[in-house]
Ligand binder design. Structure first.
Ligand SMILES: Nc1ncnc2c1ncn2[C@@H]1O[C@H](COP(=O)(O)OP(=O)(O)OP(=O)(O)O)[C@@H](O)[C@H]1O
Ligand SMILES: [Mg+2]
Length: 295
């Protein structure tokens, strides 16, 4: 059964998409794992553009020629099944993809039919929160890992991502803000777990659900000087390490990943010393990811 991992951070531009993409490809290429990527970033659709650049044009126009997560939320709001099953697309790199849909920015529990019955309202909130998980449920046996990329905002979509995930990881830039970014990711996760705990008491017969676990921050765009982390970054890294909340492996800032992004390919395929170094770092991070994110 697939292990579901959400890549979350309230901070933008910290490397969520880069990490999610390289770990997805790394799991597939270097460990033979069956991987599904869900793009829940409704603003950029970065990982969709990375895997299937042609879809970005549709993303910009606001309409995708596929059944997406948005359609499934719509069905929840209207109470009618109007579309076929969600589309899972193939990519050249190997992992499968549920693409981003910009209309996911309109997702809100307020669109759920409201009643003055507290139990029915709780049920309705739970169905909204668990929608992504229930969409993924029939596919869990077809994959070893399901990785979810997200938009940097604590939205209803992010809450659904957290609920759907067995583990959450949080890519961070190792600057002074990183500790704050990690704390807010953990807080968002704890918040969802606490809400679920409450719903379990309010609604009978809910399916068994394990709380989402925080499995670590990931140091991205780290800067080194003479082969070791720069002083401020080292301080941050060790602070997070003492708290037991950061991956041992980190990825350095550099042209290899910039070139990989420009050419829309994994850094594993980019030539040059810097790219090879970053490829090695991502391979190590992928191995550590498998150790940290277990069933
Ligand atoms: N280690 C690195 N070295 C150099 N550039 C990097 C590195 N990691 C990521 N980048 C670049 O930094 C930018 C931001 O990265 P990315 O898109 O992965 O962040 P994000 O957290 O997903 O952003 P958003 O919150 O906007 O979705 C991208 O242009 C990416 O190519
Ligand atoms: Mg992103």
């Amino acid at each position: 059964m697939a292990i579901v991992v959400g890549f979350i951070s309230e901070k933008g531009g910290v490397g969520k998409t880069t990490a999610c993409y390289h770990i997805a490809v790394g799991l597939n290429w270097h460990h033979g794992k069956r991987v599904l990527v869900v793009d829940a970033d409704y603003q950029r659709g970065g990982i969709t553009g990375r895997f299937l650049p042609d879809l970005l044009e549709h993303f910009r126009t606001g309409r995708l020629p596929h059944t997406t997560l948005w359609d499934k939320f719509q069905e929840l709001y209207t109470g009618q099944q109007i579309t076929p099953a969600i589309d899972i697309l193939s990519t050249q790199e190997g992992p499968k993809l549920i693409p981003a849909d910009p209309r996911l920015s309109q997702v809100t529990v307020e669109k759920m039919p409201a009643t003055n019955n507290i139990r029915q309202n709780s049920m309705s909130l739970w169905r909204h929160l668990s929608l992504l998980r229930s969409v993924l449920e029939p596919h869990l046996d077809n994959f070893d890992y399901i990785l979810i990329d997200s938009h940097p905002e604590i939205s209803e979509v992010l809450r659904a991502v957290i609920y759907a995930s067995d583990h959450c990881v949080s890519p961070v830039k190792l600057d002074l803000q990183s500790t704050i970014g990690v704390a807010s990711a953990i807080e968002a996760m704890n918040d969802v777990n606490a809400d679920v705990e409450m719903m379990i008491h309010a609604i009978s017969n809910l399916p068994v659900h394990q709380p989402t676990r925080f499995s670590g921050a990931m140091g991205m765009m780290a800067r080194e000087w003479g082969g070791i982390l720069k002083r401020t970054e080292r301080t941050e890294y060790h602070r997070l390490r003492r708290a037991g909340t950061i991956f041992d492996s980190y990825v350095t800032e550099g042209d290899g990943l910039r070139q990989a992004a420009a050419e829309r390919m994994p850094v594993y395929n980019v030539k040059g010393a810097n790219a090879e170094r970053q490829a090695t770092q991502f391979r190590e991070m992928t191995t550590e990811f498998m150790t940290r994110c277990q069933a």
